[in-house]
Design a protein around this ligand. Sequence first.
Ligand code: BGC
Length: 761
Amino acid sequence: MLVISITSCKDVITSDAFYEKDATHLVQDALDKKVDSVLNLMTLEEKIGQMNQYNGFMDFTGPVPKSEDIKRKLEHIKLGYVGAMLNVRGVKEVRAVQKIAVEQSRLGIPLMFGFDVIHGYETMSPIPLAEAASWDLKAIQESARLAAKEASAAGINWTFAPMVDISRDARWGRVMEGAGEDPFLSSEIAVARIQGFQGIDLTSQESILACAKHFAAYGFPEAGREYNNADIGTSTLYNTVLPPFKASNDAGVRTFMNSFNQLNGIPATANKFLLRDILKEQWGFKGFVVSDWGSVAELIPHGYAQDGKAAAKVAVNAGTDMDMESHLYVHELANLVKEGLVDKSVIDDAVRRILKVKFELGLFDNPYKYCDLERENRVTGSKEIIDGALDMALKSIVLLKNENQLLPLDKNGKNVVLIGALASDKNSALGNWRAAAKEHTGISILEGMQQYDADIVYSKGPELILGKAEFTKEIRINNTDITGISEAVKAAKDADIVVMVLGEHGLQSGEGRSRTQLTLPGVQQELLENVYEVNKNIVLVLQNGRPLALPWAEEHIPSIIEAWQLGSQSGNAVAKVLYGDYNPSGKLPMSFPRNVGQVPIYYNSKSTGRPSLPSPDFVFWSHYQDEKNDALWGFGHGLSYTAFEYADLRVTDNFSFNGTLEVMVQLKNSGKVKGKEVVQLYISDKFSSAATRPVKELKGFELVELETNASTCIKFLLDQSHLGFYDNEGNWLIENGSFDIWVGGSSEAALKATIELTALE
Ligand code: BGC
């Protein structure tokens, strides 16, 4: 039975028909009626209340509220002036706050509870950039599902993830939160994550709302400096920045978060072109847009609004539906409506969107749906979630280099020495964005390796950081104290193999963590070179939240593993890979530069008029005097303990624009162990009349597992969606002409075919 006419939200009754999957339009109509029936009961102030999100009782990313603020916030909940909270977590706390909204406010509209579940809740999975390195969409979806399961058990029903910002500049600290530099891979991963968080049924107790963020161009801050202006052209906007957001919308993501940056002089929070014209009108987004933390108020220092009132006005009119922690909607919007500066319909539209999502979540049916203490105790840190974190960590590791087959390590008999402060650190590999994780609960690499070699010699070397690492404070790097180097050198001298764990601290990347250098921080390079002087058999395990520039290591160190920040199970995963119990298959989702001066560096760049050296010693071509143009390790690069051979690239020549093009390639595992390979397909549209195309673009990939000596034929199907692009006005175009197609194990794929499209009138 559908109850449409009601007098209080406390009376809304569940309808079984409501969620029937095969009657979408009926469901939508019924939903709209329910939403309207609530809307009709609301005063203007209560409506505006739904558009207000307050931070709770912990402070992570913004200025810390004073304690009297908390009292006032609770009062506002009673008055019905709050639609959602963030950073209120744990069943007890969520239930208590929800109870105030449901039992003490006039209409009893339930709250949403948001939290940054970026890579796990209490049990940490690898940082998102690391997960992206798996290119394993099923695993990524499963990782998000498990994060949703653990977070929902703790009362959370909305995550501010996935971050789908494309990032090409490793100086920017938030590259750790995204899926790297490529719009195709990032779009696929965005969809996998959204499906993992939201599930197939939002009413399930284990599903939470996802949020595509940060809309848009936040990943392009000038000079890599956090919060800086983004200055990009329309070709980059339409073809690189927007596609993962569009894919998120198409996948049914219910919320979008806008971004802190300006785009063409207009802050994203007040950017009507982005929020109304593109997102809500062109793409038909049906969910709601939340501001980023305090970003409505930041319109003032941006120089786009003179005061709080003006800021609320431009933000809401541009399409920002909910104000996160600026407190401006709740204070200014009612007057703005009364003065005719904001139309009532703008408010109604925003509130409808918000209420609709609450209905879809099933909160009106049961506001305490996520508040089951028994479930919280059972699910938090359960075996299923821990096993999932280990599985994802294994799949995220990238073998960058393995000369002389130094890896995998021999389980019997070799004298292995482990060096580096990060090797025994139980906190750093939890990565950034881990507010609900318990401190120092990650399995360290030392602990992981001890399971294989109980007596392994460990020499810490110099400290990486000074003092305690705290989320809201700058990390203090040890740049001077080299105590510990001599002891490490001594330990390394007679070892058969030295494993060195070097990189960045987990809180050196993430929000507010831009760097101008991409070298190993502190005195780690000195440590590495000193150890190398006495023992060249080094396996370098990197832990970092962004690509680093490590040309010396690439030249001298025989084996290098990229182990990112892999979360709670980090040490177990790394040890399994080191000792060969897991054959790595990760591929880089972001190019690693040779030198910070090369960034932004990305494989899918445009050509120039002078792309290559015409004759030796000629100077006037696009290059550096002191560095090569290409990356140290390019996008898509990653090795295995086995070897893969590609052969016989074939392309059907009967392509028409209504049909599909088949691309086939033969893959063989010609090495000595079973392994997985990410087969990658790239295209290049060699000529375009509307706007030039990148030199290469990923358009397909397939994760394949093969026994030793086994071969298989991989088939890709390409259609218009792969061969077209957006012109500078945002129109989708596909043109006749030549396309190169490459298939291989990285963006350096060598097998090439050329096709000619002639079918277009
Ligand atoms: C970040 C968002 C995050 C929000 C809430 C902001 O500072 O930019 O990504 O979701 O804080 O914690």
